[in-house]
Every structure is written in structure tokens, then in C-alpha cells.
Design a protein. Structure first.
Length: 495
């Protein structure tokens, strides 16, 4: 048992990777789903055990192949990435039970296997990015997850998914190029790729031009991956035209891992809040975050496709998170990381519910949903609850994270930022309200009259996320408290 516990960091990545290979090998739909379900649940359990071990004994260092860092590759787990591992693996474990009904209705047995293979490769890459302590491995795992993401998006029933995947490919490649250039500059200046070693060496040369150039390249590259305004152009089409399962999975995980990378490089590697606030980055990020919160929300209001509406909503919510990062204080970073956790729950749940509507109705156009609240009451009730959480209504998880973000702004004496946070949240209420008005206050169309409630296999995973959105709106002892502990480590550059 002790040996197994020692191997947990490796198992976190190996489990979904081996499962992906098995799906590609057997190519039988239902068996591939069982393999994906088993590996996702096991990955989540591994993440839980890793978090418990970090809370109990501190940082975990795992040497790959027995080679000691910085010469060998290291998997390094602290409270910050243990928190993110839990988010990624948890969202995946909830989504997989939903996929069986959704994917089997769309693909034949062989195509299902390839879809699950891609799904598991995305999961492998995201977990690998989060857990690795090696800068070049971050690039490798990012490419694994990105390439598999392009394939998943291209498998959507709408042929525009091919264009969306190609657009994502171009933007993702540019982002990856910027990231690898930044990593190369850091290696040239320090002679190491180990993140812990980099954190020790960079403070001595932090103001040299190559290091500042590396920071700039990494900032732009990672911002492309997390869809920070105005580098978000790939995201709306990718979420709108990919399969609903892919949209839910990527919305709940991929951008969160990119945000983790931004936090890791800004604070842990480059020297904590002190160095970060000495650069122009805080003001730049604050401006871009505010633009994202308002511009993306306004665009979302005028969308006719609800998936595309929620995609622009994700860009706006990323703005809220980046706003918290820009202040670089314990309270604001607590808000940013709490919102990262809460947004993963809310947006994954919303896309799952949209997938259930697509399964029954074949459309997620707003005008096609007239009166659907009467025919699919459980589905639409869940949409309303998660919509309220996205707005930040009291009693929901979204309120907690926005409360911390507002406190972070008030601590800096910027009360007007609090006004902007509330205003942007009211814009969220407008586009969520459009869906509610059509679903509940209009007469059902002929197509809607014939509908029945979504299958239970698709409802209970979504309602698990809905329950989490309510629970974490009242009990913050897990989400916000862990986020606060992680924020303290970030501010003080503890790694």
C-alpha cells in the first residue's frame, strides 16, 4: 500500500494515458466508455489522495526514473496544483457517465472509441501540465491536450466544427510557439528546465532583458491558451460547434489549467507578488480583464445560439478571474482561484444541460426553445439555478468568488471596480434572462410540444454539478479556504 501511495503522482498521468491507448486498440464503443469511466474515476481518486497527502505532509516530489531533479524530470505537487488536479479530474469524472447516452446517439462504435481516446488524451495532457515540475514537459503536455482537443471539436455534428477546429489549431499553435520560445529563453539564461530550480535562480537575474522577454512570451502564449480578451477568437466557435460533451469538458478544465500556468509563472517561478507588481503586467491585465467582462458579456447578449452565448460568457468569466490575478493580493487571488473552481462547476453543468436539450430537440437556438420549460422542467430548472450562480446570486457558489473579488478591489481603495463587477454581473443576468424568458413565458412550438424530459443518465451528472454550485455557495470551508491557502503560497512565492 505504501508503494502504491508513492506512485500516485505518476498514476495521475499514466492512468488516462494507458486508457486512451486501450480505447484506440479495442475500438468498441461501450467498452471504450467503460474504460474511460474507470480511468476518470480512478484519476479523481488519485487527485483526492494527493490533495490529502499534501495537506498532511506538505509538498510531494516524485522523481521520474530515479533521476534526481534538476537533472531528471520531476512531478511536484503542492497545494496550488493539487487544487487544480482535483478540479480537472473531478469535472472529467462527472462528465463521463453523461457521455454514454450522448455519444452513442451521435457516433457509431468505432467513432465512439476514437472520441473517448481523444477525451482521455486531453485529460492526460491537462493533468500532466498541472503536475509536472519541468518547463519543457509543460509544453509537451500542452500539445498533447491541444491536438486531441482539435480532433474532439472537429467531431461535432455541425460541419462548422471543422472550421472551428482549424481556427483553434492556428491560434493554439501560435500560443504554443510563444510558450516554447519563453521556455527556451529561460533555459538559455539559467541552464535548467526544472521549475523549482528556476524559481531559485531567476530572482538573481529577473531584471535582465532575456528574462523579461521570456515573461512576455509566456504571458502572451498562455493568454492565448486561456482565451484572455482579445486573444479569445478561437473559443466561441470551438465551444459552439464541437460536441456538447467536448464543450462541457473543455469549458470546465482547459482554461482552468491555463490560468494555473499563468499563476505558476507569474508568482511561483518569477518571485511572488513583489516581482509581479514591479512589472507593467498588473495594469495591463486589469484593463484586459475589464474589457473581457463587458465586451464579451455584451456580445453574449446578442447571440442566437446558446452554446455560443455561453462561450462568450466564458470569456467574460475569465476576465473576472484575471481581474483577481491583477491585484496580486491574498484576498484577490483567493477570489480568482475560488472563481476558477466555481466556474468549472457552473459552466460544465450548463453545457451538459444544453447537450440534453440538443439530444431531445436537435437545436440550441434560443427561438427554438419556446415553452421548453414546460416539457423539460428538470433540465430548465437546472439551467436557471446554474445561471443564477453564474450571475453571482447569494446562496450560490458564484456569489462567494465575486464577493472575494470585490473585497480585493476594496482593499486597494478601488470601490469603482466593485461597481464594475456588479455591472458586469447584471449583463450576465440579461443573457441568462433571455433564455429563461423564451423557455418559460412563451407558448411551446410544435417541435417542443412533442418533447419529453432528458434521460436520467444525462440529468444526474448535471444535477451533481448543480448541487455542488448550491453547496459551495453556503459552505466555503473547502473551496474558498483551500484557495486562500494557495493564494498565500502564491503571494510569497513558496514552491
Amino acid at each position: 500500500m505504501e508503494f502504491l501511495q508513492e506512485q500516485l503522482p505518476a498514476l495521475q498521468v499514466v492512468l488516462p494515458l494507458v486508457a486512451a491507448s486501450l480505447c484506440a486498440l479495442f475500438r468498441f464503443g461501450y467498452l471504450s466508455w467503460l474504460i474511460t469511466l474507470s480511468s476518470s474515476i480512478l484519476s479523481f481518486l488519485v487527485a483526492v489522495f494527493l490533495l490529502l497527502r499534501v495537506l498532511e505532509q506538505g509538498i510531494i516530489s516524485y522523481e521520474i526514473g530515479g533521476w534526481s531533479p534538476p537533472f531528471g524530470i520531476e512531478y511536484r505537487v503542492d497545494l496550488i496544483n493539487a487544487f487544480v488536479l482535483l478540479i480537472v479530474s473531478g469535472v472529467s469524472a462527472v462528465i463521463v457517465p453523461y457521455t454514454q447516452k450522448s455519444i452513442s446517439a451521435r457516433f457509431d462504435s468505432t467513432e465512439q472509441s476514437w472520441f473517448y481516446c481523444m477525451y482521455l488524451l486531453v485529460l492526460t495532457g491537462l493533468l500532466g501540465v498541472t503536475i509536472t515540475g519541468d518547463a519543457f514537459n509543460i509544453f509537451v503536455f500542452l500539445e498533447i491536450s491541444s491536438l486531441a482537443s482539435y480532433a474532439m471539436i472537429a467531431m461535432g455534428r455541425d460541419r462548422r466544427g471543422l472550421t472551428a477546429a482549424y481556427q483553434y489549431l492556428i491560434m493554439g499553435t501560435i500560443g504554443a510557439t510563444f510558450i516554447v520560445i519563453g521556455i527556451g529563453l529561460l533555459w538559455a539564461m539559467t541552464g535548467t528546465l526544472n521549475l523549482y530550480d528556476l524559481a531559485g535562480r531567476l530572482p538573481e537575474i529577473k531584471n535582465t532583458r532575456p528574462v523579461l522577454a521570456a515573461l512576455a512570451f509566456l504571458t502572451v502564449g498562455v493568454s492565448l491558451k486561456l482565451a484572455l480578451f482579445p486573444l479569445h477568437l478561437w473559443l466561441p466557435n470551438a465551444y459552439a460547434y464541437g460536441p456538447s460533451v467536448a464543450s462541457a469538458f473543455l469549458a470546465g478544465t482547459a482554461t482552468k489549467v491555463a490560468i494555473y500556468l499563468l499563476l505558476r509563472f507569474f508568482f511561483t517561478i518569477f518571485g511572488g507578488a513583489t516581482f509581479f507588481t514591479e512589472t507593467p503586467l498588473p495594469e495591463i491585465l486589469k484593463i484586459l480583464a475589464l474589457l473581457a467582462m463587458f465586451a464579451a458579456s455584451i456580445v453574449a447578449i446578442f447571440q442566437s445560439n446558446i452554446k455560443r452565448m455561453l462561450a462568450y460568457s466564458s470569456v467574460a468569466q475569465i476576465g473576472f478571474i484575471v481581474l483577481g490575478i491583477s491585484y496580486a493580493t491574498e484576498t484577490s487571488l483567493t477570489g480568482a482561484m475560488t472563481h476558477m473552481f466555481n466556474h468549472a462547476i457552473m459552466k460544465a453543468g450548463l453545457f451538459l444541460l444544453l447537450g440534453a436539450i440538443m439530444f431531445r430537440l436537435g437545436s440550441v437556438k434560443i427561438e427554438a426553445l419556446s415553452g421548453i420549460g414546460r416539457k423539460m422542467p428538470l433540465t430548465m430548472a437546472g439551467f436557471v439555478i446554474l445561471g443564477l450562480s453564474l450571475i453571482g446570486a447569494p446562496g450560490t457558489a458564484g456569489f462567494i468568488s465575486k464577493w472575494y473579488l470585490g473585497l480585493g478591489a476594496l482593499e486597494q481603495g478601488e470601490w469603482w471596480i466593485l461597481v464594475l463587477i456588479v455591472s458586469a454581473s447584471l449583463l450576465t443576468m440579461i443573457y441568462i434572462g433571455r433564455v429563461v424568458e423564451v423557455a418559460y413565458f412563451r407558448e411551446p412550438t410544435d417541435e417542443v410540444v412533442q418533447l419529453k424530459e432528458a434521460p436520467s443518465e444525462m440529468l444526474w451528472p448535471a444535477y451533481l454539478l448543480i448541487a455542488a454550485a448550491i453547496y459551495f455557495g453556503f459552505d466555503t470551508s473547502f473551496s474558498a479556504d483551500l484557495a486562500r491557502q494557495a493564494a498565500v503560497l502564491l503571494v510569497n512565492a513558496v514552491y
